[in-house]
Design a protein around this ligand. Structure first.
Ligand code: 4AD
Ligand code: MG
Length: 460
């Protein structure tokens, strides 16, 4: 007998006989002569109700059944007497595949997100996190479809590297060295004895590798885990996050912005169309304005303003920011949120940032002061996308690397791309977890990734 998924049963037009379902007990109620079991198999938010008659041979075992137990049920679908569901199942046989214990922490009441983080291994058993992780899966798939539909090639860029794309020094070292560490004469660790013969780290971005492939395959993207050892305990940063990074040859900054805006709109409308049951949970219980604010993202053009203008608006606002707003300094998340929430009330693309606050690879503008960078900031979250047109001119790139103290020998392969058929090209990185926060209204990034990695926390 083939296993039936609850999602395939609940919307059937007519009842089906002899079905087999497997899942976990969400709740159980006993009346004098019946037990009602709500079973969920993860295929959708909805449970299916199972009715067990007290004349069932093993009825005493059913009476003792605990929340969280895993069951295999055969039976027949019948029209439900209750108003909450169309069909229920009259059980014929029930096998307890895995019983649960009294200590199962997810009993009927609602739990706080903070508490559920302490049982991250069980939180996908709750309605909220079940919905969230189904959305996460569907949206990943939609990202691949978005790029495939537009002729982008998917590139698997390395997780272990010896480069620091962003130059922020937030690297997690990868090493097989152990005590006693091999030392050089200058008392520094001798990494030539390490596994790769060089200092190595987990990647902070797949961009540099993606650029090499854009300059041969045209339009490419990577979508994988990235790692940053920033010691900031905020609701928008985690040490291990997933990033979507398209990279396009023969593409300027404006076309780059167009793609970023199109990607965000496409994924938001995909979620509303294909994950509606799960999204409704978030609009009912997390953010009542969710659907309204998602519709606003889909149906309005994003604002586009240069950095200088953004700073002028912020200075004129006379708002009491924690971080002072000054021309030439990077925008803090409070500034970004003020612009997208209070000033424009929609996503904003800020472009042409001062060169001094951006990484080495960004293209210098004609003014010699700014680079062709762009950030997309959205209400509630702040920065969702960071990207740029890349410096394709070898001489300017080399000068900039020298200025920043980057070794040309180390990045010889990157510089090669500017020697052999260099072309204007652009790309960006979109933080996948921040996108999920946007789509679900969840306010803490720890709650949109299965097992969050943050400073001082590596359980699970
Ligand atoms: O702005 P970032 O640092 O850009 C880059 O890494 C570029 N190399 C990308 C590229 O052009 N291919 O990071 C890109 C995005 C941010 O806008 C943010 O959404 C997300 O990655 N992000 C984080 N998300 C969660 N936790 C963190 N610690 C993050 N750091 C960046
Ligand atoms: Mg950034």
């Amino acid at each position: 007998m083939k296993r039936n998924k609850i999602i395939d049963l609940i919307n059937l037009e007519s009842p089906k006989k002899n079905i087999l379902i497997k899942g976990w007990v969400k709740t159980k109620r006993d009346s004098k002569t019946f037990s009602f079991i709500e079973l969920n198999d993860g295929s959708c938010l909805k449970n299916i109700q199972i009715i067990v008659n007290d004349n069932y041979v093993d009825y005493s075992k059913i009476r003792k059944l605990k929340t969280g137990s895993a069951l295999e049920v055969t039976g027949n679908m019948v029209a439900s007497q209750g108003s909450r569901q169309k069909w229920e199942i009259q059980a014929l046989t029930i096998e307890i595949i895995g019983s649960s214990e009294d200590s199962f922490p997810l009993q009927k009441k609602r739990h706080s997100d903070e508490y559920l983080r302490t049982i991250a291994h069980l939180r996908p058993r709750t309605n909220k996190y079940g919905s969230l992780f189904r959305i996460r899966s569907e949206v990943s798939w939609a990202v691949h479809k978005f790029f495939k539909d537009r002729g982008f090639w998917y590139i698997h860029t390395p997780v272990i590297t010896s480069s620091d794309c962003e130059g922020a020094g937030e690297l997690f070292r990868v090493t097989t060295l152990s005590d006693p560490l091999p030392m050089k004469e200058d008392k520094k660790i001798d990494y030539s004895k390490d596994f790769f013969g060089k200092e190595s780290n987990l990647t902070v971005s797949g961009q540099l590798s993606a650029e090499m492939f854009a300059l041969s395959l045209g339009n490419v993207y990577t979508f994988g885990p990235t790692f940053r050892a920033e010691n900031s305990n905020t609701s928008r940063h985690i040490a291990e996050f997933w990033m979507i990074e398209p990279e396009m040859a023969f593409c300027n900054l404006n076309e780059n912005m167009d793609l970023g805006e199109e990607l965000i709109k496409n994924i938001v409308s995909f979620s509303l169309e294909y994950c509606s049951d799960d999204i409704n949970l978030f609009s009912n219980f997390v953010d009542k304005q969710l659907i309204f604010s998602l519709d606003k993202i889909i149906y309005n053009d994003f604002i586009r303003i240069p950095y200088e203008e953004a700073v002028d608006i912020l200075i004129k606002s006379k708002e009491a920011f924690t971080f002072k707003i000054v021309h030439g300094l990077d925008l803090q998340s409070e500034h970004e949120r003020y612009l997208s929430e209070k000033v424009f009330n929609k996503p904003v693309i800020i472009y042409n940032y001062p060169k001094g606050i951006k990484p080495f690879y960004m293209r210098l503008n004609e003014d010699n002061e700014t680079v062709a960078a762009m950030d997309i900031i959205v209400p509630r979250i702040g920065e969702l996308i960071g990207g740029s047109q890349r410096e394709e001119r070898l001489d300017i790139l080399e000068k900039n690397m020298e200025f920043l103290g980057l070794s040309k020998d180390h990045y010889w392969w990157y510089l090669d791309s500017r020697k052999y058929g260099s072309v204007p090209h652009s790309g960006f990185g979109l933080g996948f977890e921040r996108l999920l926060m946007l789509i679900t209204g969840i306010t803490n990034i720890r709650d949109v990734i299965p097992f969050p990695r943050t400073p001082g926390s590596i359980d699970f």
